[in-house]
Ligand binder design. Structure first.
Ligand code: PMT
Length: 220
């Protein structure tokens, strides 16, 4: 990406998991490590962009020169994303956002009693779809984490969420996807399909940032 120049561009990237509280000591979450999103942030920053990462709880460090806004829940990530996306040129939604949250979070630790118990869940807002619906819509890139029919579901999300691009990964394959150092992506825009084969998340992020930049320039 030596020739890529993103100076003057503001990129906002969501990364990592969200945590949906059950009670003061328990939560619902997923295996996202933040590695993919942070690698994208680093690649964009190295190419000259001003980068803000809205991150769920992760154990990896913030890439040099990037600004991190730490959040826990999907609702917190949603609020930050809508605020920052208004002034962004490019928005990349790499976070693994919980689709549902617990409807009534217990204020005290839930006691063990009956053999069975139920948690009532309500749908979280869709962050990337709400960003794409902003009057000041940035160039909006989503991810699709699928375990089957990857292209079909990715194209459905591209359309339904009004995205400019979507990067799909098969998260059922060993050694890629959630938490691993490597990944493989199939990137769709409304017209194009690009395969980015298995590589380190660092290399993939550089390729993806390049691809996003090309499409962003074409759209402008
Ligand atoms: O973090 P790593 O360990 O490196 O793993 C990387 C990854 C597998 C998490 C990443 O490559 C990835 O696929 N991220 C998206 C995970 C996801 O939640 O995908 P999805 O298909 O459920 O969601 C589709 C898109 O909508 C995503 O851009 C997601 O950020 C967004 N979304 C989903 C729900 C919601 N409430 N708000 C959203 O913005």
């Amino acid at each position: 990406t030596a020739q890529l120049d993103l100076s003057g561009q503001r990129w906002v990237i969501t990364a990592g998991p969200t945590r949906e509280a059950i009670d003061p000591v328990r939560y619902i979450s997923n295996h996202s490590s933040g590695k993919m999103g942070y690698a994208i942030a680093q690649a964009a920053q190295l190419a000259g962009a001003e980068v803000q990462i809205i991150s769920g709880p992760v154990s990896i460090g913030v890439p040099d020169g990037c600004k991190k806004i730490a959040v826990e829940s999907a609702l917190q990530m949603h609020q930050q994303a809508l605020e920052l996306a208004n002034k962004a040129d490019v928005f990349v939604a790499c976070a693994a956002v919980a689709d549902y949250r617990v409807s009534d979070v217990a204020t005290q630790k839930i006691k063990k009693s009956a053999d069975e118990m139920q948690l009532n869940l309500v749908k979280n807002p869709d962050i990337v779809a709400d960003v794409a619906a902003l009057p000041a819509k940035p160039f909006t890139v989503g991810f699709a984490a699928e375990t089957q029919d990857v292209a079909h579901y990715a194209l459905d999300k591209l359309k339904r969420k009004n995205l400019d691009m979507i990067a799909a990964n098969n998260v059922a394959l060993l050694g890629q996807g959630f938490n691993s150092d490597d990944n493989a992506l199939t990137v769709f825009s409304s017209k194009n399909k690009t395969e980015l084969p298995l590589a380190s998340k660092k290399i993939l992020a550089e390729q993806l940032v390049q691809l996003i930049s090309q499409h962003y320039i074409e759209k402008k």
